[in-house]
Design a protein around this ligand. Structure first.
Ligand SMILES: Nc1ncnc2c1ncn2[C@@H]1O[C@H](COP(=O)(O)OP(=O)(O)OP(=O)(O)O)[C@@H](O)[C@H]1O
Ligand SMILES: [Mg+2]
Length: 235
């Protein structure tokens, strides 16, 4: 396994929100982490990338425990995390945002090649490279956030709600980019509330309910599961 999360527990102070969550992603595999609002999806990925400390459990990346390692060390091992709500540096240009994505030595060495690749995936960014990020549309900012993640040359890409608030046309463009990345062998963990959309892009999924793993399995079986419908629509 590329990523192996074992019995993860996470708390904000005394307030525990993640309880015994285990999940894995194999090299080159696409997996969805699904759950309704507030079920703990972002808390789990933020803990995998090191933005939050684990209270208990283990997080292995290629068999190496990440627990206690800072975020930048996890990124240099090959984990990219595209945060919720398309965080980009608003007062920097597209070019500057992308350059900052390639900060660790291996990524820095490949910077111009990676930049070409991002621009070929997202021609709109190429057309606007000198523009400040804050002047971009929501869809373009999401493309930039993803592009910046790719600049770090990840082997595991974790994207937190990459489709949220995007127009149908832009969703299709983003999906096409993810399909390209998958075909190139990148492992992707999709964090989503939109069950149908996410399951259409992955082989397997995990569903969180109130910070606990409720159900997991192949995408096709989750798609038709009454249990999944209950979790998302209520009883
Ligand atoms: N900084 C924080 N301090 C305290 N509680 C928090 C904090 N961030 C999140 N929580 C709580 O943790 C729980 C899980 O939140 P989290 O953001 O991980 O859920 P989510 O599944 O990503 O939800 P969403 O779909 O809204 O993004 C929620 O009850 C939330 O209120
Ligand atoms: Mg979230």
């Amino acid at each position: 396994m590329l990523l192996d999360v074992k019995d993860l527990e996470v708390a904000y102070g005394d307030y525990q929100v993640v309880w015994g969550v285990s999940l894995s992603v194999a090299a080159g595999e696409s997996v969805a982490l699904l759950g309704p609002n507030g079920s703990g999806k972002s808390t789990v990925v933020n803990t995998i990338s090191g933005l939050l400390p684990a209270k208990a459990g283990d997080i292995l990346f290629e068999g190496i425990s990440l627990v206690g390692r800072p975020t930048h060390a996890r990124a240099s091992l090959g984990i990219a995390h595209v945060l919720e709500r398309r965080r980009v540096f608003p007062h920097l240009t597209i070019l500057q945002n992308l350059t900052l994505g390639a900060w660790h030595p291996a990524a820095k060495a490949a910077r111009s090649r990676s930049m070409d690749r991002v621009f070929s995936l997202f021609p709109r960014l190429s057309e606007r490279k000198g523009q400040l990020a804050r002047t971009l549309s929501g869809g373009e900012q999401q493309m930039l956030a993803l592009g910046r993640g790719l600049m770090a040359l990840p082997r595991l890409l974790m994207v937190d709600e990459p489709f949220l608030g995007l127009a149908p046309q832009v969703i299709e463009q983003m999906k096409a980019v993810f399909e390209t990345l998958k075909a190139e062998g990148m492992a992707i963990l999709f964090i989503e509330q939109n069950v149908r959309l996410a399951l259409s892009m992955v082989g397997r999924g995990y569903i969180l309910e109130s910070g606990r793993l409720a159900i997991d399995g192949p995408a096709a079986s989750l798609m038709n599961s009454p249990e999944v419908r209950r979790i998302f629509l209520g009883a």
